[in-house]
Design a protein around this ligand. Structure first.
Ligand code: SF4
Length: 368
C-alpha cells in the first residue's frame, strides 16, 4: 500500500519526524506532500437550505476556512450541492453515509470531494459506480473512521483501540485500491486524545495517503479546543497530517481560528497578527490584562502576520519578546514601547494603547 519514497524522506521517517504523503487534489487545492496543512470545517446548516448554507460558508471563508463539508442526508440535499457550489469560493465536500445514489448525485452536481466509506455502501456494483464517477471527475474520497462506529468483528478482536480503527480504515482502503483508485484521504478519529494520536501514528506507518486530522466529539469551545490542539498539535509536530478540522460543540466559525492558532503555535502557517503576552506577576504595575485584551481586539482588524508583545515589565519584557515586531513592557504607571526588542520611547499608561497601535500601523502600512 505504501509507495517507495525517496531516500531523504525515508530518513526523516526513520527518525519518526516526517510523514510525507502522496498529493491529492480537492478542487484546485492540493493536499499532502509538501503542501501547507489545510484548514477545514463543517456547516451545521440544513444543506437543503442553500441560502443559509452559503451564508455560513462565506463567513467561514472570511475566517480562513479552506475546505468546507456539508452533510448530505437525502436527495434534496444532494441536489442543492450544485447551487451551493456556484456561490462559494472554496472546495466543497459532501458527507454521505450508506446511500451510493446520494454519492452519485453530489458528484454529478460538481462536488469537490466525497466523504464516504466504501465498505458501507453495499454491493460491489454500487462501489464500482461511485468509484467510476469519482475517477471520471477526478474527485477524491475521504474514508472517515470514527471510533464510535467500528465494525463488530474488529471490536470483538481488538476492542475500541487504535488497532481496530486502523484495521477498519485499511479495509475501506483495500476496496478502493482493488478498483485502482488512489485519490484517497483518511481520517481516524477518537474522542480521546491518546488513542487518537496512537491511531494516526499507526496509520501513518501503513499508508501514504494524506491524513485528515481531528479529535471527534471534542466538546465545547474551551475543552474541545484544548483537546484538539494537543491531539492535532502532537501529530503535526511529527509531520503527520495534511488537513485538520477542530470539532467543537459551538458555531463552526469558532473552529477556524482554533485551527489557525494550532498552525501558528507550531510555526507551520501564519494568518494575521500574533500576540504574545506575559502572564503578569508581582512586578506588573499597569493593567496589563486589560491592555492585552484591548490590543487583541485591535489586532483583529489587521491582516498582516505581525508579532506583537504585551509584557508586564522592562526587566524581562523586551528580552522575552525579542522576536516580536512591536511590543510594550510595563513599568510603574507607564510603558516602554519597543520595536524589534529595542526600546524606542516610554509613555504614560493611558497612552500605551494608542502609541502601540501607531507603531503597529507604521509597520503594517510599510508591508502593504
Ligand atoms: S514579563 Fe515581567 S511582569 Fe510579566 S510575568 Fe515576566 S517578570 Fe512578571
Amino acid at each position: 500500500m505504501r509507495v517507495e519514497l525517496p531516500v531523504i524522506v525515508c530518513m526523516f521517517m526513520a527518525k519518526g519526524k516526517k510523514y510525507l504523503s502522496r498529493v491529492v487534489k480537492i478542487g484546485k487545492l492540493k493536499l499532502g506532500g509538501d503542501n501547507p496543512v489545510r484548514v477545514q470545517s463543517m456547516c451545521n446548516t440544513d444543506t437543503r437550505n442553500v441560502k443559509a448554507t452559503v451564508q455560513q460558508i462565506l463567513a467561514m471563508e472570511k475566517e480562513g476556512c479552506e475546505i468546507v463539508r456539508v452533510a448530505v442526508l437525502d436527495m434534496a440535499a444532494a441536489k442543492a450541492i450544485g447551487q451551493i457550489k456556484k456561490k462559494i469560493h472554496i472546495p466543497l465536500v459532501a458527507d454521505i453515509h450508506f446511500d451510493y445514489k446520494l454519492a452519485l448525485e453530489v458528484i454529478q452536481q460538481g462536488v469537490d470531494k466525497v466523504r464516504v466509506n466504501p465498505g458501507n455502501i453495499g454491493s460491489e456494483e454500487k462501489v464500482r459506480s461511485v468509484v467510476a464517477a469519482c475517477k471520471k471527475k477526478k474527485i477524491p474520497i475521504r474514508i472517515g473512521i470514527n471510533a464510535g462506529s467500528l465494525e463488530q468483528d474488529l471490536l470483538n478482536k481488538y476492542g475500541a483501540t487504535p488497532q481496530a480503527a486502523v484495521e477498519s480504515a485499511l479495509r475501506h482502503v483495500r476496496i478502493l485500491e482493488k478498483l485502482n483508485f488512489k485519490d484517497i484521504l483518511i481520517s481516524i478519529k477518537f474522542s480521546d486524545v491518546s488513542r487518537m494520536i496512537a491511531a494516526y501514528r499507526l496509520l501513518a506507518k501503513k499508508v501514504d495517503y494524506p491524513l485528515h486530522l481531528g479529535v471527534t466529539e471534542a466538546g465545547t469551545a474551551f475543552m474541545g479546543s484544548i483537546k484538539s490542539a494537543i491531539g492535532i498539535g502532537v501529530l503535526l509536530e511529527e509531520g503527520i497530517g495534511a488537513t485538520m478540522r477542530v470539532s467543537l460543540t459551538a458555531d463552526p466559525l469558532e473552529e477556524i481560528p482554533v485551527c489557525w492558532a494550532i498552525l501558528r503555535s507550531l510555526d507551520l502557517r501564519r494568518r494575521g497578527p500574533e500576540m504574545i503576552s506575559c502572564p503578569t506577576c508581582g512586578r506588573t504595575q499597569i493593567d496589563l490584562i486589560g491592555l492585552a485584551g484591548c490590543v487583541e481586539k485591535e489586532l483583529k482588524k489587521i491582516k498582516q502576520p505581525i508579532k506583537v508583545a504585551v509584557m508586564g515589565c522592562v526587566v524581562n519584557g523586551p528580552g522575552e519578546a525579542r522576536e516580536a515586531d512591536i511590543g510594550v513592557a510595563g513599568g510603574k504607571g507607564m510603558g516602554a514601547i519597543f520595536v524589534k526588542g529595542q526600546v524606542v520611547r516610554s509613555v504614560k499608561e493611558d497612552q500605551i494603547l494608542p502609541e502601540l497601535m501607531k507603531e503597529i500601523k507604521k509597520i503594517t502600512r510599510k508591508a502593504k
